[in-house]
Write a protein that binds this ligand. Structure first.
Ligand SMILES: [Zn+2]
Length: 500
C-alpha cells in the first residue's frame, strides 16, 4: 500500500534469532529510559511452563512451537503460564490455549475494539542514540537473553518502518500519538519537531483518515522556546504538547534547563498561549528516576517527581495535565523494590502521590498515562500492575487514566493490549484498598482507558466515527497483511518481509 519505501523495507532485518518469541515477553524489554533487570526466577518459571505447554499443544495440532506462539492460542497460553506462577491475575483459560477456534474467535471479536495509544516513539534515521543498541547487547552479554548476543543489534528496528509495522499492522492500535524527547544537543532529539509533523502528515495522508496525532515538544527556558510555541500553533497545529521537566533526559549529565510546571514566571506565559490556541493537553514526562539515578544526577532529583503538578493544574483549570509514566519512579531499578514498598506502606513512588493530587488540590484536570509502567510491571510482577491500576483509578478516576505504551521501545504493543484486556485486581486487594474491579476487556473501565478518555481529551469523536464507518487505506493494508498469512509477529523487534 506504499506506507513504506523499498529503502525502508530493505533496512528491516529479520529478527527471528533475536529473542525468545513468546507472545508476551518473559523478561522485561529494555528501553532507552531504563536498563532491563535480569530475568527473575518467576519469569524463568513462566518461560519453562510456556515452552512445555507450547510443545504439547503444538504436537497435538501438528504445528511448530513458533507458529503456536504466533497464534491467538499462544497468546492465551502466555497468560495461563503467568497465572500458574503468579496467581490468577489474568482472564485466560487452558481451554483457550488448547482450542485455536476459541482463541481466534476471541481475538477476532476484540480486534474491533477502538484502541488509541497516546504514547509511542520511533527514532530519526540519522540517530546517534546507540544506547538502545548497547542496552540490547548488554542483555545478551549478561546472559539475561542469550540469543541477543548471537546477532548484531541494530537501530533500524527503532525507526519509522518497523514502528509502522509494529503499531498499525501487528497490533489492534487504531490511532497512535507520536511523542518525542528533546536534547540540548540538537542531533540527539529522538525526532526534530519538523520530523514529528512530517510523520503525522505522511501516515494520515496515506491512511486516508486521522490515524496519527503528534506532540510539539517544548524546551522551557531555552533560547527561543516561546517563539517556537507560537510557530507551532501557526504552522504545525500540534494535537498536544510534550515536555521533560528534567530538561535533557537523554543527556542528564549536561542538562542545563530543568524546570517546574508551577514556575509562574517561566511557564505561565506558555500556558497562556496553549489556552488561547485551544490546544489544551499538556503531556509531561515524570518519574523513571530510581534511587540509583538520584545518586548519579542529584541536581535533577527535585524535578523528577510530581510535586509541581497540583498547583499548575489548579491555576490552569482550562488545561489538562497528562502525566506520562504516571510518575512511576522505579523503572531502571528493581521492580521488587516497588513491590516491597507497596506491601509495606500501601504506596508506590510516585504513582500514589499523583493519585492524591485531585483530592489534595481540588482539581479535575490531572491524568495518568500508562506508558512503560504497565509494560514493566505486568511482565515482572502482575500484582504491582494491579496495585498501580487500582491506585490510579481510585485517586484520579477511571475517566482520568489513559492508554499509552511507550512502544516501540518494547516492541509491538499487542502484548500490552492483551495484558490490559485480561488483567484483574485480585479480590483481596480490592477489599483491602477499596479498589473497584477493572472488569472485562470491553467493560466500561477498560473502554475508558483504551480510548474513551483520549477520544474526549482530543475531541476525536468525529474522527473515531469516520475510522469505524469505513475501511480506510490503512485498514485495507492491515486486512491484506493478515490475509497474506501474516501470522502476528510476536517478535519484540523485527520484520516479516513476506507479509507486506
Ligand atoms: Zn516515552
Amino acid at each position: 500500500m506504499g506506507f513504506l519505501t523499498e529503502e525502508e523495507i530493505s533496512h528491516l532485518l529479520p529478527a527471528e534469532e533475536a529473542a525468545f518469541p513468546s507472545p508476551v515477553p518473559t523478561q522485561i524489554v529494555s528501553s532507552d529510559e531504563y536498563m532491563p533487570e535480569p530475568q527473575t526466577r518467576e519469569q524463568k518459571q513462566v518461560e519453562v511452563r510456556l515452552i512445555e505447554m507450547a510443545d504439547s499443544i503444538a504436537k497435538k495440532h501438528g504445528t511448530s512451537r513458533r507458529s503456536f506462539f504466533q497464534s491467538a492460542s499462544g497468546m492465551a497460553a502466555s497468560f495461563v503460564a503467568m497465572n500458574a506462577v503468579y496467581g490468577g491475575f489474568f482472564d485466560a483459560t487452558p481451554a483457550e490455549a488448547q482450542t485455536p477456534e476459541m482463541a481466534n474467535e476471541r481475538a477476532r471479536k476484540l480486534s474491533s475494539q477502538f484502541v488509541m495509544d497516546t504514547h509511542t516513539h520511533f527514532l530519526r534515521d540519522d540517530t546517534r542514540l546507540t544506547n538502545f543498541v548497547a542496552g540490547r547487547e548488554a542483555v545478551g552479554k549478561f546472559g539475561w537473553n542469550k540469543s541477543l548476543a548471537e546477532k548484531t543489534q541494530t537501530l533500524d528496528d527503532l525507526k519509522y518502518a518497523n514502528y509502522f509495522k509494529e503499531i498499525y499492522l501487528d497490533s489492534d492500535t487504531r490511532v497512535a500519538l507520536i511523542s518525542n524527547a528533546p536534547s540540548e544537543i540538537p542531533e540527539d532529539w529522538f525526532l526534530t519537531n519538523e520530523m514529528v509533523f512530517a510523520a503525522r502528515a505522511r501516515v494520515n495522508k496515506q491512511a486516508g483518515s486521522r490515524r496519527m496525532l503528534a506532540h510539539y515538544t517544548i524546551t522551557p527556558g531555552q533560547p527561543g522556546w516561546l517563539e517556537g510555541i507560537d510557530r507551532a500553533i501557526a504552522e504545525f497545529k500540534p494535537d498536544s504538547w510534550k515536555g521533560y521537566t528534567l530538561g535533557d533526559n537523554t543527556h542528564k549529565e549536561s542538562s542545563h534547563f530543568p524546570w517546574h510546571l508551577d514556575d509562574e514566571k517561566l511557564m505561565y506565559p506558555a500556558y497562556e498561549r496553549f489556552a488561547k490556541a485551544g490546544i489544551r493537553n499538556v503531556c509531561i514526562h515524570k518519574g523513571l528516576f530510581p534511587p540509583g539515578m538520584e545518586t548519579r544526577f542529584p541536581k535533577l532529583f527535585d524535578y523528577a517527581d510530581v510535586r509541581d503538578v497540583g498547583k499548575a493544574a489548579k491555576d490552569w483549570p482550562q488545561l489538562n495535565f497528562i502525566v506520562y509514566h504516571s510518575g512511576y519512579r522505579h523503572i531502571g531499578g528493581d521492580p521488587a523494590v516497588a513491590m516491597a514498598e507497596w506491601d509495606k506502606t500501601g504506596r508506590i513512588s510516585w504513582v500514589s502521590d499523583l493519585a492524591e493530587i485531585p483530592a489534595k488540590y481540588g482539581v479535575k484536570n490531572v491524568y495518568g498515562d500508562l506508558g512503560q509502567l504497565f509494560a514493566y510491571s505486568t511482565v515482572a510482577q502482575p500484582r504491582l500492575a494491579a496495585a498501580m491500576m487500582g491506585t490510579l483509578i481510585k485517586g484520579l478516576g477511571s475517566d482520568h487514566v489513559v492508554w499509552g505504551t511507550d512502544a516501540v521501545w518494547t516492541g509491538s504493543p499487542q502484548w500490552q493490549i492483551e495484558s490490559m484486556r485480561r488483567l484483574e485486581i485480585p479480590a483481596d486487594m480490592q477489599k483491602k484498598h477499596g479498589f473497584k474491579p477493572l472488569g472485562p476487556a470491553e467493560g466500561p473501565v477498560k473502554t475508558q482507558i483504551f480510548s474513551g478518555n483520549s477520544v474526549r481529551l482530543y475531541n476525536f469523536e468525529k474522527d473515531k466515527k469516520a475510522i469505524l464507518a469505513k475501511a480506510d487505506h490503512l485498514a485495507l493494508a492491515k486486512q491484506d497483511y493478515e490475509a497474506h498469512g501474516a501470522e502476528r509477529s510476536n517478535l519484540r523487534y523485527g520484520y516479516v518481509a513476506k507479509a507486506v
